[in-house]
Design a protein around this ligand. Sequence first.
Ligand SMILES: [Zn+2]
Length: 312
Amino acid sequence: MNLITKVPRFKKILTIFFILTFALTAVVSAQVRYVVIPESPRPGDPFTVAVNAAATEAQLIVNGRQVAKAACFYMPAEGGQPSFTAAILAIPDDIAYNTAIIRIINRNVICEIPITFTAREFRTETIRLTPELTNLVSVPDPQKTAESQRLWEILTTMGTQVYHTGAFLLPITSTRRTSQFGTRRVNLYSDGRRIPSTHAGVDFGAPTGTEVTACGRGMVILSRMRIVTGNTVIIEHAPGVYSIYYHLDSVIAQEGSIVEAGSLIALSGSTGFSTGPHLHWEIRVSTINTDPDAFTGSPLIDKELIISRIYN
Ligand SMILES: [Zn+2]
């Protein structure tokens, strides 16, 4: 008798369990609200994606292929404002205009956000290299290989700290730009080769010894001489977000120290692969070259806008 009644009861419990699970899943997915800032970024632009749910990773998927990913970080509630989870990503500058999705992961996919890109044109320029510069970039050297490996290791490291949330400051007072972000270059080597490249940052012409300041608060990850980029400083500002300063005459910032926005980190120069005194300023977001100007006009993490969009 007992056996006969137990089976239907078990089935009933199982059915209720499944109904509850489905209902809960529906409620959870319905509750995931998101915002993407800016709404339609251009190739080479950063963007912030934020959700009102726990998440570990954000992925940018274009034509079914993952082109970028970043760790999500938690922004705790403060000043009576609610908490949220965010990630900073970037659109690669060589991507064809297309529609794409951002996938938010918390073990499984918790939401898929459609995103469109705004088309963009880049300039072109030709750079004629001296035999010395041709050798600098083309002669194999184990130290150069080790230095690129170290750089890649830094750029692929996703920390958890958010050191800076506001807009970035320009790192130098010079307004004389000698090369823009994303410029398609043809390098004319002294041996006749024509090697294409893309300019990953912004160049400011400045006399050797001009003060270079941190564009934002952050942790100094590298501050030393490198063969190709000369004296170099790299600062981490948020998970996957690094500012980079090349061809410096000398470095002042100490590796491992925290620097404030606007604090002196180096003096500009013309060390490494450089054709004249200038500062090369570059920003990487989850390894992607990103337009530095996109960071000076609006906050890195626009807390107020995020909260107003996902909670109101
Ligand atoms: Zn440059």
